[in-house]
Design a protein around this ligand. Structure first.
Ligand code: ADP
Ligand code: ZN
Ligand code: ZN
Length: 725
């Protein structure tokens, strides 16, 4: 009898044994459905055995072998590495690599035989397509032209036919040459870009990590696409990771233009399950040449993977903050190493980790010094005092004047503030009472339309009181400025202006973000107000002013990564202004214009700033000069939290003593957010100069964390935490 050992998506280090019914062609990596307790779950076969310690009467059969390609070795090994490095249950890590559950949509087409217009006129047309009148018309139009659809022929097509063709191309049914955006033919890489691409190409077939550093607009994306094109031309698959789902539609269009013959699949968690599953299959069957995806796509099965690109590698969204707390950039580097392929990490503001690797010569540094479009000069940056900003509207007079000037000239402005809602707090003018969340140690944010007080930590929502619950005073003041308040202030100041707000509240709808972008591009908007969602990846030629509010908050934050993040954010937003022929301007409201970060920003000089910050990190023994893990605990009662962490602390100290591990085990402290959603929280920091020593300590205490004796305390380990909060 054959036994399959299966990893299941449950929080245990254990695997589960099942017997394999005859007729099942099982391989390691196969994706199966099995019964577990009273449920049926999807799992991955990790081992095939002759025997099992499980008692025969308890052994049950595998129920179904899903009609999916088995996970390739490198993906299974990646998941196993992630499980062990991040101290996560292996079954949960492997679950990241499997497609969303559900029945496979019936495959309506046969992508193995696409309708190849480029293929000596040999055409296989799926019957459904052949019957459609639009398809017939299109084919009649195309086939006399010969096998290849030239840009002129395409341009001559009626718009509805072009749409049909676009659909076919998207579905991988046809490959057709499409004119480039300028219709001028190929965009020529400049020298710096060409050199970068040549270096990446030259590393084909071996592990080679690159840090591609270039300001926003320097043409990094063109480098990724050119390198991907060579990888695909050589028969490989390329994986392009991006931080935001909002960026993918734009990028998909650029990919289609740059790699017209490549079949692209997108993978991100906002896709409907069926679509994501179909795309996953295309990738796993080797049918997709290029996979474009967010964090999770680092686990995509890609049998011919030969290049990985991580765009905006510094971005915080690559780190998962719950469950399996992996970092997709670091996982990408691991996978590239395992496969022996190049990996390109791109950013205008590299993470200090990657920056330090490049300085130490472990990553090859590729630099794009200037914006690719010669017409685009870097924006001028000005600082205006935040304290002059009107108490109610929050906008400094100089910023208001600059917006007015843009409105006059028919140009666009972006006002950036890192808070959604109306105001971050509601305060009594008489007694100082502030609206607080009953379940968290945090203030409630005032929201308008609909009017409510909302907790941004736990989602708690309540009505705005008419009077102060503490003294009865009716004069309650919203304090500080969120996106809603700025939107209102701008509307009052510029009654004729077309203003839109972009934050998590306005973009819940699936296409809301794309709609905003279309309105911006179509010149239907004058001013955008929004949160960091606006910071990345858009190219609006008429946008010439960026105003930044509330940046100072991060300067004196307790979080050691706050200034690094602020620098990245500011350089990103600055990169939004004036991308083409219209020069841009950035106005930052700050009371500390002499801060080194702002001085570096003025000179567009991330390097000096990064080196400064690296010096500080080294002096304090912080990453990348040390490795951290944060053990957190939460429970309803503070004593339980304290007791659990104190025990773990003692155990960790003992372990270090016994095993001679050089790890700093810090005394547990109350978490910066002491209570969240009704849970009291504390944390304990572990630090070591040696990653391996920290890993050994974690391995020794992990089972305690997993099987914490008092089940009422939730313990978790975060390795390489993004923040100490
Ligand atoms: P990044 O990814 O570094 O922000 P992009 O690749 O998006 O930069 O390029 C910024 C702009 O410059 C885009 O509009 C792009 O089409 C244009 N561009 C990039 N490379 C070139 C080039 N070699 N010649 C002309 N324009 C270019
Ligand atoms: Zn009061
Ligand atoms: Zn709350």
């Amino acid at each position: 009898m054959t036994i399959a050992r299966v990893a299941l998506p449950v929080a245990t280090a254990q695997f589960f044994d099942y017997w394999v019914p005859s007729g099942f062609e099982l391989r390691v990596g196969a994706i199966v459905r099995v019964p577990l307790a009273r449920r049926r779950v999807i799992g991955v076969v990790v081992e095939l055995l002759e025997a099992t310690p499980v008692a025969p009467e308890k052994l049950v059969p595998i129920e179904e072998l899903l009609a999916l390609p088995p996970l390739p070795d490198d993906v299974r090994e990646l998941a196993q590495f992630v499980a062990s490095y991040y101290q996560a249950p292996p079954g949960l890590a492997l679950a990241l690599a499997t497609p969303p559950a559900g029945t496979s949509p019936t495959r309506t087409r046969d992508p193995a035989r696409p309708l190849a217009l480029t293929d000596e006129g040999r055409v296989t047309l799926p019957t459904a397509l052949a019957r459609a009148p639009a398809a017939r018309a299109l084919l009649e139009r195309l086939l006399p032209e010969g096998a290849v659809l030239e840009p002129e022929a395409l341009a001559a097509l009626a718009p509805h036919l072009r749409r049909v063709l676009a659909h076919w191309r998207r579905d991988g049914l046809v490959s057709a040459r499409v004119p480039r955006r300028e219709a001028e033919g190929e965009l020529r890489l400049n020298e710096a870009q060409a050199q970068a691409v040549a270096s990446i190409d030259a590393a084909h077939g071996r592990f080679a990590p690159f840090l591609l550093q270039g300001v926003t607009g320097s043409g990094k994306t063109e480098v990724y696409l050119a390198a991907a094109a060579s990888a695909v031309a050589a028969g490989g698959q390329a994986l392009l990771l991006v931080p935001e789902i909002n960026l993918t539609p734009q990028l998909v269009a650029r990919v289609a233009a740059a790699l017209p013959h490549a079949r692209t699949a997108t993978l991100h968690s906002a896709l409907p399950d069926g679509e994501r599953r179909a795309n996953w299959e295309q990738a796993a069957r080797g049918e997709a040449d290029l996979v474009l995806g967010t964090r999770l796509a680092v686990f995509a099965a890609l049998p011919r993977l030969s290049l990985i690109v991580v765009d905006e590698e510094h971005d915080g969204s690559y780190k998962q903050h719950d469950g399996v707390r992996y970092h997709a950039r670091d996982a990408a580097v691991w996978r590239a190493h395992r496969l022996g392929i190049p990996v390109v990490l791109g950013s205008a503001t590299p993470s200090l980790e990657s920056y330090a690797h490049a300085r130490a010569g472990r990553y090859a540094r590729l630099v794009l010094e200037r914006r690719a479009d010669p017409r685009a000069a870097p924006p001028a940056i000005r600082f205006v005092p935040a304290r002059d900003a009107g108490r109610d509207d929050g906008l400094a007079p100089a910023l208001m004047a600059a917006i007015a000037a843009r409105l006059e000239r028919g140009e666009q402005s972006l006002v950036f503030v890192n808070r959604r809602g109306f105001a971050p707090s509601l305060k009594c003018s008489a007694c100082g009472w502030e609206a607080g969340c009953p379940r968290c140690s945090a203030r409630l944010t005032s929201h308008r339309a609909p009017m409510a007080l909302v907790c941004h930590h736990c989602g708690h929502r309540e009505r705005v009181p008419r009077a102060c619950p503490s003294c009865g005073n009716v004069d309650l003041l919203p304090l500080g400025h969120g996106t809603q308040r700025l939107e209102q202030a701008l509307a009052a100041a510029f009654p004729g202006a077309r203003i839109a707000r972009v934050d998590r509240d306005t973009t819940r709808r699936r296409h809301a973000f794309a709609d905003m972008r279309a309105r911006m591009a179509g010149n239907e908007l004058d001013v955008l107000v929004g949160t960091q969602m606006l910071a990345k990846g858009h190219d609006f030629p008429r946008l010439t002013l960026v105003g930044v509010l509330g940046a100072d908050n991060a300067l004196y934050s307790a979080d050691f990564r706050a200034t690094e993040r602020l620098a990245a954010l500011l350089m990103q937003v600055a990169g939004r202004a004036g991308r083409a022929e219209l020069p841009g301007e950035v106005i930052v409201q700050t009371d500390f214009p002499d801060h080194p970060l702002y001085r570096a920003l003025v000179r567009h000089d991330y390097d000096t700033f990064a080196l400064d910050l690296l010096g500080e990190r080294e002096a304090c023994g912080l990453p990348p000069f040390s490795h951290l893990a944060l053990v957190s605990a939460e429970a309803h009662r503070r004593e339980e939290v304290d007791r659990a962490l104190d025990e773990l602390h003692a155990q960790a100290l003992a372990e270090c003593r016994e095993a001679g591990l050089a790890v700093d085990v810090f005394t547990p402290v109350v978490a910066p957010l002491a209570r969240r959603a009704g849970y009291e929280r504390s944390q304990m920091l572990l630090r070591s100069a040696q990653r391996a020593e920290l890993q050994r300590l974690l391995a020794a205490i992990a089972h305690r964390v997993a099987a914490s004796p008092q089940r009422r305390v939730r313990l978790a380990i975060d390795v390489d935490p993004a923040a100490l909060a």
